[in-house]
Design a protein around this ligand. Structure first.
Ligand code: AMP
Length: 644
């Protein structure tokens, strides 16, 4: 953030007078000489007041900024292979909206594949695509890949920096201590042309923007970068916890990106605290920490034997109950920073148990495609969290999501966490008109569509959001759910269709033995960490209604087959990250799914149009199934996975 000398007090002016405002499309398609992406005002991230001022300006001038963002993106990229098919090299918003289609990943996949295979022409972006970000959404079982450019890293840095003044507004003294953020990199791979393909956070942590970040007194981590960047996740976790424990008196907040990752760290601590304490006592890092970078920095943090500190931590960890353990181990902690919205909401109660009542703070809403929004009220309760979309991140459009009609209602009522969910109908028609960011209406549901600086045009993210209010002129959104996702434990996102395919493969095994799978449903069991998928199966012997004799080996094979058939993100979480436990099949007695239907009907479902929900979230419905379980089986081996 150095090249564009724009003062923070001149944000408004910049949006109307940025020197990069392109006139000549030819020049733009050759890339821009300015090192910094346009639309990002320059300011000192240590200056919270300046940060707040930027946020105020951004949220006051939403309409102008969105207009400028679209203009800049289109003018730069009008001659790309993708856009030139729709536009005649000019920026015209009306033509853009009329001719450029709203698309899903499958529509742009051929373009992404050309990039992955080394075609270096301006396929979707005038700026070179320097890497592909593997998203947790999948296409044909493989992770989706989102384009990324060098300048986009600056956009992410700008976004991260804006989180700091928001926190400072609500919590004092964050510069008087450290943050124990447990951050991890994931395996990466290369495309046939040698482009790096890796998750967005891995890309960011490995970038110079992260590694050479200027000192920010509000953002000092207990984890040395070497421990974050260690590719062995076990060594990384161990070392980060060790550093966090040694510096416990300095820690003012703890966290990880997602709630699931933070809870995994607590579990890891439960299993390893004795060894961690022994390291602290002796001042010697365990021999199995072989990563040279980790060994070196952790030894420096450990410094010398600290028997008193070890005694203290041992005392806390030895207590029978781990209720409130976080507050006990890190007594100055003011809050836990983890995303607890969306599928992570299932972890709120477990986090509350360990946290001893600390606020759970979801700071941001982002994806591989683009970073979207910031929570301006970070101390609000998880279910009240809304994100304000930051208008210079991308051009945002919204597909209205209509009220659900009768036939679909029972599905969500069975699963619904919140009543409003029961009333949606997702927009499948391509010709529905989108709404602009400034035109969304309070209380309405929308699916998010983005046009990014990195080469996505009118791309359906797949997230359903509800408008909850406005900050200045910027709308705020509650994350409602992700389109088509029924099961999620960590970063996995399994759709009903994925589940059906996997169950279909597994049921072939029992069918060959004369056993029929009559009905199935599922739920994400997060009562223990890591959570795991549970499938409820009602089965009978062919020709009668009797429960067949169940062979353990065969049923375990069914569990494994389901796992092998799930997508690569699920398999990575299960095999490499250990963030998902072995899949379980619970066989239920005959008539169980009739009882489930009775329950759904009693909750308002239409009998005529009833369809078995393929995923259950209602505690009552789960109890109905659980009370009829006759046998349980677990997968005995982790599924195959390799980086793709
Ligand atoms: P990925 O592209 O794999 O990084 O996944 C991005 C997706 O994760 C988003 O499109 C959302 O569905 C989900 N997500 C990210 N941040 C949040 C959040 N703060 N609350 C709820 N869901 C989120």
């Amino acid at each position: 953030m150095r090249a564009c000398p724009i003062s923070c007090t001149a944000v408004k002016q910049q949006f109307s007078t940025c020197s990069r405002k392109p006139k000549d499309v030819n020049q733009m398609t050759r890339g821009n000489p300015c090192q910094l992406p346009g639309m990002l005002p320059n300011y000192d991230p240590n200056d919270s007041e300046a940060g707040m001022k930027i946020l105020e300006d951004l949220t006051e001038n939403v309409e102008q900024i969105q207009q400028r963002v679209l203009e800049e993106i289109i003018t730069r990229n009008a001659r790309t292979d993708y856009l030139k098919g729709f536009l005649d090299g000019q920026f015209d918003k009306q033509v853009f909206k009329k001719t450029v289609p709203v698309v899903n990943y499958e529509d742009i996949k051929p373009y992404i594949e050309r990039i992955a295979n080394g075609d270096s022409s301006n396929i979707i972006s005038a700026e070179p695509i320097i890497e592909l970000l593997t998203s947790s959404g999948t296409s044909g079982g493989q992770p989706k890949m989102m384009p990324s450019t060098a300048e986009d890293l600056h956009r992410k840095t700008f976004f991260y920096n804006l989180l700091v003044p928001v926190m400072n507004k609500y919590v004092d003294g964050l510069d008087e201590g450290k943050a124990m953020y447990l951050l991890f990199v994931k395996p990466e791979t290369k495309t046939p042309s040698g482009l790096m393909a890796r998750p967005v956070l891995t890309s960011y942590y490995k970038s110079n923007n992260f590694k050479n970040r200027p000192f920010n007194r509000f953002n000092v981590y207990t984890s040395p970068d070497e421990t974050i960047l260690c590719s062995d996740s076990k060594q990384s976790m161990y070392c980060q916890l060790l550093c966090g424990l040694v510096q416990r008196q300095e820690v003012l907040r703890v966290g990880a990106v997602f709630a699931s990752a933070f809870l995994r760290a607590i579990k890891f601590l439960e299993h390893n605290w004795k060894e961690l304490c022994s390291n602290i006592r002796t001042g010697h890092v365990s021999d199995w920490i072989t990563d040279p970078g980790c060994r070196k920095v952790v030894s420096l943090v450990l410094n010398k034997p600290k028997p008193e500190l070890a005694d203290l931590i041992e005392h806390e960890c030895n207590s029978k109950s781990w209720e409130g353990i976080i507050k006990k181990l890190w007594p100055r902690t003011k809050y836990i920073e983890v995303i607890v919205t969306g599928s992570m909401a299932q972890y709120v109660s477990t986090l509350e148990y360990y946290s001893g009542g600390l606020p759970l703070v979801s700071t941001m809403y982002a994806s591989s495609e683009c970073y979207f929004g910031i929570n301006f009220k970070p101390l609000s309760k998880p279910w009240d969290v809304s994100y304000t979309l930051i208008p210079n991140m991308a051009y945002f459009e919204f597909l209205p999501v209509k009220k659900k009609n009768e036939d679909g209602a029972q599905y969500v009522q069975c699963n619904g966490v919140c009543k409003e969910n029961c009333m949606e109908k997702e927009t499948e028609k391509e010709d529905v008109e989108t709404v602009e960011l400034v035109d969304v209406k309070l209380g309405q549901y929308y699916e998010l569509v983005v046009t990014t600086f990195t080469g996505l045009y009118r791309y359906r993210v797949g997230d359903i959001l509800m408008v909850t209010g406005f900050h200045n002129k910027a709308p705020q959104f509650r994350f409602v759910h992700r389109r088509n996702v029924v099961l999620s434990i960590d970063t996995d996102k399994t759709s009903e269709e994925d589940l059906l395919k996997a169950v279909t493969k597994a049921k072939v095994i029992v069918e060959s033995l004369g056993i029929l799978l009559i009905e199935y449903t599922s739920y994400a069991d997060t009562s223990s960490i890591p959570g795991h998928y549970v499938l409820f199966w009602e089965i009978t012997s062919k020709g009668n209604n009797h429960l067949p004799v169940l062979d353990h080996k065969i049923m375990e094979q069914c569990c494994s087959t389901v796992e092998e058939s799930l997508d690569s993100v699920y398999r990575r979480c299960r095999r490499k990250d250990n963030s998902i436990g072995p899949l379980e099949i619970r066989v239920v007695q005959h008539g169980t799914f009739d009882a489930l239907m009775d329950f759904c009907v009693s909750q308002g479902s239409s009998v005529n149009q009833y369809k078995t929900p393929r995923c259950i979230k209602s505690g009552e419905a789960i109890n109905i199934l659980d009370s009829r379980v006759v046998a349980r089986f677990f997968s005995q081996k982790a599924p195959f996975w390799e980086p793709v």
